[in-house]
Design a protein. Structure first.
Length: 333
């Protein structure tokens, strides 16, 4: 199989990118490859990429917005592609409900040449997974759909926390703007950081974003209830600043530490220590977004004891430091 780099554009031929517009395609993601890849050259230089869009039948495609797009190519365009991009779409019932391709989509993907680089944006990863292209490989998708993805495609090594994954000739991105990050990464991989930085400046986007999708996941407030280990979780949420030992939490439920630890994992999918770290990080997120407290004070308020402890745990859970998180989200909180 040819490596993706062997298919890069020469001086005489640009790298051919085919974007597959599926019914219900999300307009933003559909336009992302064209905007990024076509910005990778100056007007007086030969284009590095040529981006063209195709549909399953060569006809117009209804988008997820209040308009349709006129597409000039049918699936035969995929036979010419060096890179195929599948943006998000929300009207592919069998793919999202059963993890299988429609006959039309299966036919279209069957036209792709071996060795072609395959790229998905957002829930486009469901299509690549249904085609078997992600089996045993690392991939990601929009954080809202990770549970559905895991249920349908347990053979895929899903990493829901990152903005994008690169597994050589198969690349996937998380939701919406993460497609920008992935396309910039492809330009960087193909032509170097200088070209990618030039594209980022032209498009007025960050050439590289710190962290991953975890920092964008809405931090839901748990509803502990009254059974099992729920009383311990309710108590912990009210006393996060305190020293919450396993013995103390088990006592709240009238259990031994061993029984409590086993029941806790059965009910939450996490150990008590892991759960506490995540809850403390979520509380810290809210304080960073909303208040004026220093990082050191927030660390004590949520039970991490020091700014260093907060930085360590925020980086392990979210991939960013407290200062970076505050800078990103405080203005929009």
């Amino acid at each position: 199989m040819d490596s993706p780099s062997s298919a890069l554009a020469s001086a005489a031929r640009p790298h051919e990118v085919a974007v597959l517009a599926l019914p219900g395609v999300v307009a933003f993601e559909l336009a992302t490859p064209s905007r990024i890849f076509e910005s990778a050259h100056e007007p007086d230089t030969a284009p590095r990429y040529r981006v063209r869009t195709c549909s399953l039948d060569g006809g117009p495609v209804e988008t997820g917005s209040d308009f349709r797009v006129q597409v000039d190519h049918g699936p035969e365009l995929l036979t010419e592609a060096d890179t195929v991009v599948v943006p998000a779409s929300f009207e592919l019932g069998p793919v999202f409900a059963e993890g299988r391709l429609t006959p039309e989509l299966e036919h279209a993907l069957g036209l792709v040449r071996p060795g072609t680089r395959m790229v998905s944006i957002c829930t486009g990863s469901f299509v690549l997974a249904a085609a078997g292209l992600l089996d045993g490989r690392r991939a990601t998708t929009h954080w809202r759909y990770t549970e559905s993805f895991r249920r349908l495609f347990p053979q895929v090594l899903l990493d829901p926390d990152v903005l994008f994954t690169d597994d050589g000739d198969v690349l996937t991105s998380g939701g919406v703007a993460a497609g920008l990050d992935l396309c910039l990464h492809i330009v960087r991989r193909d032509h170097g950081a200088a070209v990618a930085n030039h594209v980022a400046r032209r498009c007025v986007v960050a050439p590289w974003r710190e962290g991953g999708q975890a920092q964008y996941v809405e931090a839901a407030v748990p509803e502990p209830g009254t059974s099992g280990t729920s009383p311990a979780r309710a108590y912990a949420l009210e006393h996060l600043a305190e020293d919450l030992t396993l013995g103390l939490l088990a006592e709240r439920c009238g259990m031994s530490v061993r029984t409590f630890t086993r029941r806790f994992r059965e009910e939450t999918g996490q150990s008590p220590v892991q759960w506490l770290v995540v809850q403390r990080v979520h509380r810290a997120r809210r304080l960073l977004e909303q208040g004026e407290l220093t990082v050191d004070r927030i660390a004590h308020e949520v039970g991490f004891g020091s700014a260093a402890g907060l930085r360590q745990h925020m980086h392990s859970v979210l991939g960013v430091s407290p200062t970076t998180y505050r800078r990103t989200f405080r203005a929009v909180g």
